[in-house]
Design a protein around this ligand. Structure first.
Ligand SMILES: C[S@@+](CC[C@H](N)C(=O)[O-])C[C@H]1O[C@@H](n2cnc3c(N)ncnc32)[C@H](O)[C@@H]1O
Length: 254
């Protein structure tokens, strides 16, 4: 298994670097033999690469998310945390997730599922899967525990495996066929979550879950507002976008 190190620039930019004896190009850092360079660099130590001083950081979930390879839009901590809690996902869970995309949500799931969990991902676009699988490979090498992982190529509705799932999470442009195809694999009491950027998608998810015999338990969006120390003292919400990510819908098999 490849080994990875996390390096942070002074300004906070994170690089997740494969530690290898080969002299290869590392995005944002240039061509180097990372194994030779990082051989004596412990967590907390600084290293000079080109013109930049970087600090070696522990390879925790926030660092791997910050430095992840990206292609498709990812699910961030705000929504991932709620999905994990509302679906009751943890050590030993069996979870079906589609589409894999960049693997943003998968990293959060893998972190809490432990060695006894089983994460099954599906993704029809190979260029997206390549990025998502790279991020999962990095996490596998950095996390102390990692679930069994099965990846399926294709649209979820065409590749649903005959496995009993505790939870199913769907983040894709068109959810209905995937809901109808995957709901039968949910265990009694298990839950399905849909991540839907628009209200029209949300309504279709609601109707499809009911058509699949599930009971909608919760639908809505989560608001997050960051605060900081004001220049004249006191704390206030920071300037910046107060954006929308997506609507979440949770439905249970009862
Ligand atoms: C927004 S991305 C998912 C991002 C992912 N949740 C993350 O956090 O990185 C949506 C993905 O769903 C995939 N997709 C589209 N239709 C699908 C389907 N029917 N089954 C599985 N994946 C699908 C797309 O190719 C795309 O990669």
């Amino acid at each position: 298994m490849a080994e990875y190190a996390v390096l942070m620039e002074k300004e906070g930019r994170i690089h997740v670097v494969q530690v290898t004896d080969e002299v290869i190009k590392h995005k944002g850092l240039g061509v180097l033999n990372s194994a030779a360079l990082l051989g004596n660099v412990d967590v907390g130590d600084e290293v000079l690469i080109g013109q930049k001083y970087l600090t070696r950081m522990p390879a925790n979930l926030p660092e791997l998310i910050s430095g992840m390879a990206r292609r498709a839009q990812t699910i961030s901590a705000k929504d991932a945390g709620a999905l994990i809690t509302k679906l009751g996902i943890g050590s030993g869970s069996t979870v079906l997730e589609a589409g894999l995309g960049s693997g943003g949500l998968s990293l959060h799931l893998a972190k809490v599922m432990g060695n006894s969990g089983h994460l099954v991902t599906a993704e029809p676009r190979s260029e997206h899967a390549e990025v998502g699988l790279l991020n999962l490979a990095r996490a596998k090498s950095c996390f102390s525990e990692f679930p069994k992982h099965t990846h399926l190529e294709g649209k979820l509705e065409d590749v649903v495996p005959e496995i009993d799932f505790d939870a199913i999470i769907l983040d894709m442009p068109v959810h209905s066929p995937a809901i109808i195809a995957s709901a039968p694999m949910l265990i009694f009491g298990g839950r399905i979550a849909c991540y839907a950027p628009t209200t029209s998608q949300l309504e279709k998810c609601w109707r499809s879950c009911e058509e699949a015999g599930l009971t909608v338990e919760w639908a809505g969006e989560l608001m997050e507002r960051q605060w900081g120390v004001a220049s004249k003292g006191g704390m206030r919400p920071v300037n910046g976008p107060f954006g929308h990510t997506a609507f979440l819908l949770i439905a249970q098999k009862k």
